[in-house]
Design a protein around this ligand. Sequence first.
Ligand code: NDP
Length: 795
Amino acid sequence: MSVQHYFDTMEYGLAPEADKEVRAWLKTHADGFGHFIGGQWHSPHSGHYFEALEPGSGKKLGKIAQGSQEDVDLAVAAAKAALGPWQKLGGHGRARHLYALARMVQRHSRLFAVLESLDNGKPIREARDIDVPLVARHFYHHAGWAQIQESEFPDHSPIGVVGQIIPWNFPLLMLAWKIAPALAFGNTVVLKPAEFTPLTALLFAELAQKTGLPDGVLNIVTGDGATGALLVEHPDIDKIAFTGSTEVGRMLRERTAGTGKSLTLELGGKSPFIVFDDADLDGAIEGVVDAIWFNQGQVCCAGSRLLLQEGISERFIAKLKRRMETLRIGDPLDKTIDIGAIIAPVQLERIKKLVEKGVLEGAELYQPSGNLPASGSFYPPTLLTNVFASSTVAVEEIFGPVLVSMTFRTPDEAVMLANNSRYGLAASVWSETIGLALDIAPKLKAGVVWINATNLFDASVGFGGYRESGFGREGGKEGAYAYLKPTAWAKRKPRKPLPELPQAIEKKGGFEFPEIDRTAKLFIGGKQIRPDGNYVRPVLSPKGEVLGEVGEGNRKDIRNAVAAARSAEGWGKVTAHNRAQILYYWAENLSARSDDFAQTIAKMTGDSKTIARKEVQTSIRRLFTYAAWADKYEGIVHTPPLRGVALAMKEPLGIAGIICPNEAPLLGLISLVAPLVAMGNAVVVVPSEWHPLSATDLTQVLETSDIPAGVINIVTGESRALGKVLAEHDDVDAVWAFGSVELSAEVERFSIGNLKRTLVDQGLETDWYDPKAAEGPVFLSHAVEIKNIWIPYGE
Ligand code: NDP
């Protein structure tokens, strides 16, 4: 063989990573792995095991315990028992344990990397250089949060026992993303790894125990989806943190509705990879390789939709095809390969079927030449061109090494195409014009945007989606709140049952002048509008006197109000200074009419004039608070370990529905509307069902306060009925509901259509006069989405 030959072929031999240590470790568990519960290994109560297989070869790796009800009960009880002592240990004590875990991961990094590669089929290069270092970094970073928890989160407490369910694509990294923040902030954990990839979690548990992690703080129960479901249903679980498919995420939202369990969901994606014609094309080509062929494309944030500006499209595709020819597919333990094995035959089948469907729908298929390994689950890197925005392959998450490509002409068209998805996890923008890239990033509906980069992750930077990609963030300060609850909210007590509605007192006829009839209308798109159904409902005093009538809003009124709110979306783009000015002006106009409002409140609620006046004054103060926050609830500049920054931007959610509580009819409404409006959202408000007149009177104040039409819409009527309509409406991005237990449950349950964000009180009464419980960042944090824009820099 001549030197010339090597230059011509650029061929090189195999470089297999040794697996001796991992095989030896597996052998020590040849009788089967148990569950790790309360610091001990437990055989499965049912006696059932399943096999863990090597995707690269199909060979058996070990016998894994199938978790049953008894196993889950035992694990949850262990986590519950450990909760008190773990919290008592304090931030510094927990920081030491997390630090020890970080060190442990580093010491055993090769063992973890090889095991991960064997169990999952990912290239050893990726497990070794990406997954495992990020795992260690996650524990170090969160050791830091534990250390400074008391000073940084003084008004927050841990949530409790957390059930965590993770997928197979990044088994160890997802474990770290889940357990590091949970443990750091004083929660205890029961984690269920994916059925396909439980091994690194079990190795982690074994080694964590050796670091002296207290018994019961971390419990691992293996099993399939049924085991996950048992965890979700368990009454002693306070929170579920899930990563996986949108389909299962939606099911978990439904199952946890009304239980009071908090929930974070990190779900699927169909992320756009946008290349403008002034991009560094060679850089962008390497970007595509990382975006879609990293981990065989089995990445929730994979850049699977390539959007090319027309002028460069042909050139780019030609270059890309050349690059695809050089990608090496093979044994995951070979250090020279780029693409490893697909997780399992079932996933391989799914990929094949979707690609076939794409071709049937008209896509042109390109796959590089070269053979796939003879055994195991492998699929070649694949490019589908001639794809339409509505094609199945452009819409569905394929979760494999398949890229679809489309073209655009203008930046606006790029944004439109990029956002044409029910998902919103990530996006990449490639342009050498920083002004263009930074103009596009905020317009993309995605929780993470990479500029001239892709698939960058760090423990200090929040990760998570918009829309049906789920809710909650993992990592960074924003991720901390997924494992903490406001202490003031934890003290809330159940609302007292409502008294019976009084009987309306019939008006007696007489010859004196009758009061001029005043029936309050709905307030939609800046106009007073009669309710669609032309029905009214009386508003009674506690004694039953009829104080007035308001419209009985229905589904159509909500639909019109949502349309009006959507057309007022520009509110999210006006300056924060401007929004603050308008909130101040609202407060000023309310103040001018404070006596009228106090009188109405007193009449409706039967409260004394003093209390009613206090409610109005507190409402004015609350508007001032949110006017103050409007330009101060700012983002963070994260500094991950790279040359660059990640800007954690706080963006409005869009349209929020609000169901106000019966108590504090003015203050309750303002406490819920003002934070959302201050952050740039448009709202559809259902005021207090019993005492709606302060809301309808408010329309006159709103009309004179320069609030643009459609930003605040008011639909009076029955809370639960209208709450359901709002929760089901797919053009509503969030619903906040304060009232009965049933209302909370229904709003959560009916929100699954577009997985809208919900904030409900589970029937617990908020003290609207207590600023700790009723105003400030605890509400503001629910009024925004956090988008992290990564901006690497340098030559
Ligand atoms: P799933 O959403 O089904 O699984 C994720 C985790 O949830 C696993 O641990 C799974 O258990 C568990 N689970 C499954 N059903 C339930 C249930 N009813 N209650 C509680 N837990 C449950 O994803 P899959 O692994 O089956 O993959 C299917 C598709 O999901 C992929 O093709 C891909 O499109 C997408 N996916 C997206 C991921 C992401 O990060 N966004 C990650 C993984 C998959 P087990 O697997 O052990 O049965």
